[in-house]
Structures are given as structure tokens and as C-alpha cells.
Write a protein that binds this ligand. Structure first.
Ligand code: GLC
Length: 432
């Protein structure tokens, strides 16, 4: 139990992680769901297997980029829906060692991130579009293939289930301590493109109860996500920003938002819909202010590198994080209510005011008049002047403002914002 609580504390402390979606779809370069969208049969997808040769793969570079960006853990797709395995599984031939790449790609990843003290998690797809015993359903690439459908009843999910469990066992016994297990996903009653997916699969198909028991037995401190058809340890809002701390049955729940750089998880060469560094940082701050984590994705190329935009974006995030990580790592929500266009995060007696828009001259902080003993900009530790105006002064005149409501702390600001993506003011709170 203590171990689990420590794992939860570690997970929350880290706050910001790297998601890596990497597989054969990097070569197709048009989204990891490409087989689904294009109804690609195995034979046509085989090119990517035969040409998979990530000669520039150096996970130490990935880990360096992640750490410089202020990320404290990483989650790698060991297998995505396409079914291709990045590690040297004994249970399939459909794996990286059998491509021109010729090696296990998971081991060096795990080593590189651990070397820097970063946490490691695995994303593992429950869905498998390659396994011959995975029954065809409304998401499957062969869903409209008459010959494949005619033989669908020969597919035996129990054979696939044993394979799934065996592979998860391999992953959780070969690579040391794994912090999070991301199983993806269940889709009974799932609406996709406006219709309920036929043949949807869930906990019964995956054998989730048994699978989760094995996962916890093999890795007692692992945290599991919520997509295997039974509740897990944390929930996973995907490609949207929750509007407040997340809850399950009215109780607060651990959460980790996952977000892309451009809407695609796998490398997508022609998708230029990139989020700016500023937007991503606002998403990170907003997430932490609501007690969540952010898992930000990069889809490496078929050569095994992060592309130029991803690298620039991570560098930009890192430039801010270098000076502002204090307001993120180990920080969480505050009971104080921020003024408009601002977010608070709090860590013990430090309250961090993030200004998403720059106000003129002053910012007014309700409820903080007697609570703050010192205030400074976080990026350069320069003092920010504090003032408590007379609440009884009700009249604004030509050149003088009226007083603020009782209990309001006013901070006096320079006209020009500091040259950082999001200015942050660090408020030192008086002891209670
Ligand atoms: C989704 C998608 C997917 C992506 C993921 C990340 O459910 O199927 O391609 O891996 O979740 O959250």
C-alpha cells in the first residue's frame, strides 16, 4: 500500500511526460490509424515492415530532448493497433528484430530514459490488426473484405487473449520497474464516425480482470490507465482540456491528459497543424492547475529521429521550463481563485500566478491581502511590488483608481511583460 501511495505521489510530482508513438506507421507517415482509414490489407502494409530501418535511432537523444523540455517521464508504444512489436517478443515474428532494423528497440529506450532519472511507462495496444485470431470488427482494416469476413468465425479471441497476456508479461518482466501501463482501448458501444462499432471489444474479450491482476502482481507499484474496460488508477482525457479537476463518481481521480503536437500520434509528414509553444505551455499550466499531468506526444520518423518541428517545440518548451519548472513539478491546484486570464498552481507555501494575458499596470488578487510575504517574477527573481488599497475608497478619479474589495492584494506590474512565453509571479505565503 505504501508503495502504491509513493507511486501516486511520484506520478503527480512529475506532472509532465513524453508520449512516443512509434511503429511501422511512421513510414506511411499519415497517422497511426492509416490501416483503418485506408482499409489496408496485410500484404500492402508489409512494405513498411520490409523497409523499417531506423538507422538514426538514438533514444539517448530523445531522453535528452525530453529532459531539456522539463519532462520527467516517458511512455513508449510497445505495440500500437497495427500489431507491430518494438521489442524482441518470443510470441511473434512481427517485431523490430525481424525488420532491417534488426534489434529490440524497447531495451535501449528504457535504459536511455532511466539513465537520466526519468520514469518509464509502456503503452500497449489491446487492439491488434495483424494477429490472425483478432476477430474482425468495425474498426478493423479488413472490415469490408468479403473473404476475410467469411472466415471471421475461425478467428478465436481466446488465442489472441493468451498472446496479449503473454506479451504484457514479457514487457513487465524484462525491463525492470515500469511506472505506468497504458492499455488501449476498449470499445463496446463505441461510436466511431457517427455509428456504433460492430464487434466492439471490452473487458471480457481482453480478460481484463485477469490481465490487471497479473500486471499488479508483476509490478506492484505500477499505475494502470482506465481503457481496458475496468477502472484503473488514472483516467486519460485525450485531445481535450478538462474544464476542472477530474472526478469519478463524485470523488477526485488521478488524471493524465494526452495531447499531440499536430493532431496525429504517429509521425504525419504532411500535417502542419502544429500547436505553438505558447499554447502547449498554457495547456500544461492549465492541467497542473487542475491537478492533472500532461503527456505530450512526439511521433518519431522512420529514421528514428524527432522531426525538426518537434525538436524546436521541445526546445521552446524547455526555454520556459528552465526558469519556471518550480511552478510545475510537485505543484498542484490552489484553493485560491485566480483573477481572469490567470492560473494558479501551488506547492506548499509557494503560490504561482501564471498570467495568460498581460494586464495594464496591476493585477488584483482576491483573498491574498494578508497572506503574501514576498512576491517576485519567477524567471529572474526580480521583486514585484505589492499594495493593499483602501477598500473604503469607493471613488475612481481622473488619475487615481478606487480601492479594491476587502482582502485584495494588488501587484504592480511593468508596462511590458517579461520576455517569456508565460510570465509567472511567485508568491511566498505567510504560514497559516
Ligand atoms: C487512441 C488512439 C490512438 C492513440 C491514443 C493515445 O485511442 O487509438 O491512436 O494511441 O489513443 O491516447
Amino acid at each position: 500500500m505504501a508503495e502504491r501511495e509513493e507511486a501516486i505521489a511520484r506520478f503527480k510530482e512529475r506532472r509532465f511526460g513524453l508520449f512516443v508513438h512509434w511503429g511501422l506507421y511512421a513510414a506511411a507517415s499519415r497517422n497511426e490509424w492509416m490501416r483503418h482509414y485506408e482499409r489496408t490489407p496485410d500484404a500492402a502494409y508489409q512494405h513498411y515492415f520490409e523497409h523499417f530501418d531506423p538507422d538514426l535511432y538514438d533514444p539517448r537523444e530523445w531522453a535528452a530532448s525530453a529532459e531539456d523540455a522539463g519532462m520527467q517521464y516517458a511512455v513508449l508504444t510497445t505495440k500500437h493497433h497495427e500489431g507491430f512489436c518494438l521489442w524482441d517478443s518470443e510470441l511473434t515474428d512481427y517485431k523490430a528484430p525481424n525488420t532491417p532494423c534488426g534489434r529490440d528497440l524497447v531495451a535501449p529506450f528504457v535504459e536511455a530514459f532511466r539513465e537520466r532519472g526519468l520514469g518509464v511507462g509502456f503503452y500497449h495496444s489491446l487492439i491488434d490488426w495483424h494477429h490472425p485470431h483478432f476477430p474482425i470488427d468495425g474498426l478493423h482494416p479488413l472490415r469490408d473484405d468479403p473473404a476475410a469476413l467469411a472466415a471471421n468465425d475461425q478467428r478465436d479471441i481466446s488465442v489472441y487473449r493468451a498472446y496479449l497476456h503473454g506479451q504484457v508479461r514479457e514487457l513487465l518482466t524484462r525491463y525492470g520497474q515500469i511506472d505506468t501501463m497504458w492499455l488501449d482501448f476498449s470499445y463496446t458501444d463505441h461510436v466511431h464516425d457517427g455509428t456504433v462499432v460492430w464487434g466492439g471489444k471490452g473487458a471480457g474479450d481482453w480478460g481484463t480482470a485477469e490481465l490487471l491482476a497479473a500486471v499488479r502482481e508483476l509490478q506492484p507499484s505500477i499505475l494502470v490507465n482506465d481503457r481496458s474496460g475496468l477502472p484503473g488508477d488514472f483516467v486519460t482525457p485525450e485531445q481535450y482540456q478538462p474544464s476542472g479537476p477530474m472526478e469519478r463518481d463524485g470523488a477526485p481521480v488521478l488524471w493524465e491528459a494526452c495531447q499531440t503536437l499536430n493532431g496525429s500520434w504517429g509521425y504525419h509528414r504532411d500535417n502542419r497543424d502544429f500547436k505553438s509553444v505558447g499554447l502547449l505551455l498554457r495547456m500544461l499550466v492549465d492541467t497542473v492547475s487542475k491537478d492533472g499531468n500532461l503527456l505530450l506526444n512526439v511521433g518519431p520518423t522512420g529514421r528514428g529521429e524527432f522531426d525538426a518541428v518537434a525538436l524546436d517545440t521541445l526546445r521552446g518548451i524547455g526555454a520556459w521550463m528552465r526558469r519556471h519548472a518550480r511552478s510545475i513539478h510537485g505543484a498542484g491546484p490552489s484553493a485560491y481563485v485566480p483573477p481572469p486570464d490567470c492560473r494558479y498552481t501551488q506547492r506548499g507555501d509557494r503560490l504561482y500566478l501564471h498570467l495568460f494575458a498581460w494586464p495594464f499596470d496591476a493585477v488584483h488578487l482576491p483573498g491574498l491581502a494578508d497572506r503574501v510575504v514576498y512576491a517576485q517574477f519567477l524567471h529572474d527573481a526580480s521583486e514585484v511590488a505589492r499594495e493593499v488599497t483602501d477598500p473604503d475608497d469607493k471613488h475612481a478619479y481622473a488619475t487615481s483608481a478606487a480601492g479594491q474589495p476587502p482582502g485584495t492584494l494588488t501587484l504592480n506590474l511593468p508596462t511590458r511583460p517579461p520576455e517569456v512565453e508565460i510570465p509567472v509571479i511567485e508568491l511566498f505565503l505567510a504560514p497559516d
